[in-house]
Structures are given as structure tokens and as C-alpha cells.
Write a protein that binds this ligand. Structure first.
Ligand code: 5AD
Ligand code: SF4
Length: 459
């Protein structure tokens, strides 16, 4: 058996892709290992979204050069592969800057990994960043049942890839390519296989997942709302989630799904990036802050208890104090349950990177600190409001202490509780008793005494 170590950076799609890479390498005799130390093959599954993420790859490659040298002195070969979005964006520049790398492979070519690795073994530096004509999903094998089971009860499933929105700060349309949706039958087959292996929660993923427009079995184009409705019928699928969405693509069928599908969890990650209309226009977001607020109103009307999450960028070129204040106002008005926030990072090849009104690092840092303090308060307020709530938890793993189990609430909060006779994959009813810094604590109760939706409607 050969050993492969795959290290993923960045988004959830990379987490999913890492599993599919392991799946395509398994029939070639590779077993996955937890560290690079004894690996015959090391794959860095990279992220290009911000400068820091890309730089991490080069420092990791420095460490791997030493490791490869040590192994070589013991007569052992190590192949180093750079995959993911840095591979796609930088291509042959990677092998020039880091000659330790044997193979550079973009996200659309993972199904060709065995052949590409074989070529690189014969001494060639291989760079594969084309968008091949064949569909990788048709060639990526499914994991054996036991492997899927061992990966846990909550799984990602890619339904859509790429993006056509071209926000002026973002590399995704260049690294992941044009938007494409997988056909419904293929998604159903993968979902059924996952459910059959014990997966209870499916998170549908895509760079712009709510733009989903896949071919349905009836020959029509299906929306994400329709796809969710169909997936909810699969026996064993207790929970559905999806990420990441664009405000422009929150259509009526998806909002209705939040009202009508009990399996669709009351959680929405809907990046807004900024609260300033001037900045949103400069970002080419195709919506203003009022439109965002109206969408949130419609979603809340459909599902009053929904937990809202978002992404923010501070310090976009030309952002003034007044623009930043608009963002702060939006944050205070909406009351997010969670959020991710970043300093603007110029990405080579994107329109915003060429602007000559870039902001000083100190201004970005200061605004980020102010924003994150507000977002933290908002998250804590949401969590506090769930204390006393009786809700269901999907049990995902053992907790930190003996007898403790851990899982997620419908609102994607991590919850720890003591319980006997509860198995991973069960959904149990818990009263939230306390909030901690990183997770909540709960106490199992008999039945759902207060309907969750009613209680949370008051939030
Ligand atoms: N600089 C900072 N943050 C960025 N994001 C995307 N591109 C950039 C960039 N150039 C953030 C956005 C996006 C999230 C995935 O990463 O907020 O929603
Ligand atoms: Fe990037 Fe998202 Fe904008 Fe697409 S919609 S360009 S992935 S930020």
C-alpha cells in the first residue's frame, strides 16, 4: 500500500474535493494518512481567495522540500502535488518558484490524477490547468460504504461549480471557471449512496450554489429549491443545508423551500460584502443594500427563526469612513448569527487590484477590528437567545469529556451534552442550558415540548 497525505486549505469545496481525490487514488493502491511524514504522495489542495492563503502554500512547500530530502536519503521517493485554486491560477509559476513540486493540477482535472502522477514519476514536471472537455464527476469513483461511514454523518455534496458573477475583488470566476450545474440524476445518485452509508446531513455546495440550474429528469431546468425538495424525500436524509449563495439568486422557490421543507435547516449564509451602495456597485455585486435587506425580510417571513450568516470585506479600494459606517449599520440592523470578515486583499488579474485608491493596511486592520467586535456581539446575542430553547441536535461525535456527545443545532451551533445510549447519527431533543466561548451546552429532554419554530420566531 502507498500512502497519500492530502492537506486542504480554504473553502468547503476543497474539503469535498480532497475526499474525491482520495477516492480516485484508492483503486491505485493509496491509503490516506494523517501526516506528511511517511507519505509517498503529498497533495496540497490550495486556496487563492486571499493573498495570505496563497502564501501559506509556498511556506508549506519549503517544509516539504526538507521532508522530501530526508526521505530520499533513506531511499524513499516522495511525489509533491499542488492542486486547487493556486494551481489553477499560477500553473507553471509554481514549479519555477518551488522545484520540489512534481505536479500542478487544477480543480477540473482531478479525475486524471493517476495518469498525471504516473507521468510525473518518470521525471517530467507536469502542469495540468486546462478545463478538459470530459466531466470529472463522470469519472470520479464513489468511496466504499465503510469509508463514507468513517467520514461522519454530515457530508458535502457538490451540485454546482464556478461563477459567472465577476465581483471585481474575486478570483473564483478565473480559478473555478464558468458556472456549471450537475444534472439532478447524478446528484440524487450520490445523495442516495451517501444516505445509504449512514450520512444524515447533506450540505449542497457550490461557489454560487443558489444559481443552480441543473437538468432535471423531466428534461426541464431545476432550481435549487426544487432540488432540495426532491433530496428531502431520500430516506435517511434528516437535514439539508446549502452554501454559498448570492443575493441575486435567492429566488421564490428557494425561499418557499425554507417555509415548506422541515429537512431544510433554518440557516442561510448569504454574503453581502458591504453595506455601502457605492462600494457594492464598485464591487459589481449587482445588488444594493436595500435589495439585500428586502431579501432578508422575505426569507424571515418564510422562516422567522432563520439564523443568518454573511461574508464581509473591509477596506475595498476607495472605501471611506462613511461607507464603512453603512456596513456597520447593516450589521446592527440585521443581527447576524455568525459571519466571516476579511481585509480586502488585491488579487492579481482582478479589476479591483488595479485601482489606484488602495487603502493603507492600518485602516483595513482598524475597520476589521471594529466590525469583528460588532459581529461577535451579534453572534453572542443570537446564542444567548437560544438558551432555554428545546431543539433537535444531530449527534456527530464524542464530546471532549467521557460520556459527553457533540452535535449541531438546526442553527449550526455546536452543542455539547451528556447522554447515555445515544449514537452518532441520532437526532435527539435537547434543551440549551448555557453558552460557552466556542459551543453551547445542552440537556437531553424527552420530547419537543415547545415547537422550535414558535419559540425562535421571537428572536
Ligand atoms: N479580499 C478579501 N476577501 C475576499 N473574499 C473574496 N475575495 C476576496 C479578496 N480579494 C471573501 C469574500 C467572499 C469570501 C469567500 O472571501 O467575502 O465571500
Ligand atoms: Fe466571487 Fe462569490 Fe462574487 Fe462569484 S459571487 S465572483 S464566487 S464573490
Amino acid at each position: 500500500m502507498k500512502k497519500v497525505f492530502i492537506k486542504s486549505y480554504g473553502c468547503q469545496m476543497n474539503v469535498y474535493d480532497a475526499k474525491r481525490m482520495a477516492d480516485v487514488l484508492r483503486p491505485e493502491g493509496y491509503v490516506e494518512v494523517e501526516t506528511a511524514d511517511n507519505a509517498d504522495l503529498v497533495v496540497l489542495n490550495t486556496c487563492h481567495i486571499r493573498e495570505k492563503a496563497a502564501e501559506k502554500v509556498y511556506s508549506e512547500l519549503g517544509r516539504l522540500r526538507e521532508l522530501k530530502g530526508e526521505r530520499a536519503s533513506r531511499g524513499q521517493d516522495t511525489s509533491i502535488v499542488v492542486a486547487g485554486c493556486v494551481a489553477q491560477a499560477e500553473g507553471a509559476e509554481i514549479t519555477r518558484r518551488a522545484p520540489v513540486v512534481d505536479l500542478v493540477v487544477g480543480p477540473q482535472s482531478y479525475h486524471h490524477l493517476p495518469g498525471l502522477i504516473a507521468r510525473s514519476r518518470s521525471g517530467e514536471k507536469v502542469v495540468e490547468t486546462e478545463f478538459p472537455a470530459d466531466d470529472k464527476f463522470d469519472h470520479l469513483p464513489a468511496a466504499p460504504r465503510a469509508v463514507t461511514r468513517a467520514r461522519g454523518v454530515s457530508a458535502f455534496l457538490t451540485v454546482q461549480e464556478g461563477c459567472d458573477k465577476f465581483c471585481t475583488f474575486c478570483v473564483v470566476p478565473y480559478t473555478r471557471g464558468a458556472e456549471m450545474s450537475r444534472p439532478v440524476v447524478k446528484i440524487l445518485a450520490e445523495a442516495e449512496q451517501l444516505a445509504d452509508a449512514g450520512v444524515r446531513e447533506l450540505t449542497l455546495i457550490g461557489q454560487n450554489v443558489n444559481a443552480y440550474h441543473g437538468e432535471g429528469p423531466d428534461g426541464r431546468t431545476w432550481t435549487l429549491g426544487l432540488l432540495l425538495e426532491r433530496l428531502a424525500q431520500i430516506p435517511g436524509v434528516a437535514r439539508l443545508r446549502y452554501t454559498t449563495s448570492h443575493p441575486r439568486d435567492m429566488d421564490a422557490s428557494l425561499i418557499a423551500a425554507h417555509r415548506d421543507l422541515p429537512a431544510l435547516m433554518p440557516y442561510l449564509h448569504l454574503p453581502v460584502q458591504s453595506g455601502s451602495d457605492r462600494i457594492l456597485a464598485a464591487m459589481n455585486r449587482q445588488h444594493d443594500s436595500d435589495e439585500y435587506r428586502r431579501i432578508i425580510d422575505r426569507v424571515r417571513a418564510a422562516r422567522p427563526d432563520i439564523a443568518l450568516s454573511s461574508d464581509f470585506i473591509v477596506g475595498f479600494p476607495g472605501e471611506t469612513d462613511a461607507d464603512f459606517e453603512d456596513t456597520m449599520r447593516l450589521v446592527r440592523d440585521i443581527g447576524f448569527a455568525s459571519a466571516y470578515s476579511f481585509k480586502y486583499s488585491p488579487r492579481p488579474g482582478t479589476p479591483a487590484a488595479d485601482r489606484d485608491d488602495q487603502l493603507p493596511e492600518a485602516v483595513k486592520s482598524e475597520r476589521l477590528a471594529v466590525l469583528q467586535a460588532e459581529l461577535d456581539d451579534s453572534r453572542r446575542a443570537f446564542n444567548r437567545a437560544t438558551v432555554g430553547l428545546v431543539t433537535d441536535i444531530l449527534v456527530e461525535r464524542q464530546g471532549r469529556h467521557p460520556g459527553q456527545m457533540a452535535g449541531k443545532s438546526p442553527y449550526l451551533q455546536a452543542v455539547q451534552f451528556e447522554a447515555d445510549g445515544v449514537a452518532i447519527g441520532d437526532t435527539i431533543t435537547v434543551e440549551i442550558t448555557e453558552t460557552g466561548p466556542n459551543s453551547l451546552f445542552g440537556r437531553p429532554v424527552g420530547a419537543l415540548s415547545t415547537p422550535t419554530r414558535e419559540r425562535m420566531g421571537a428572536l
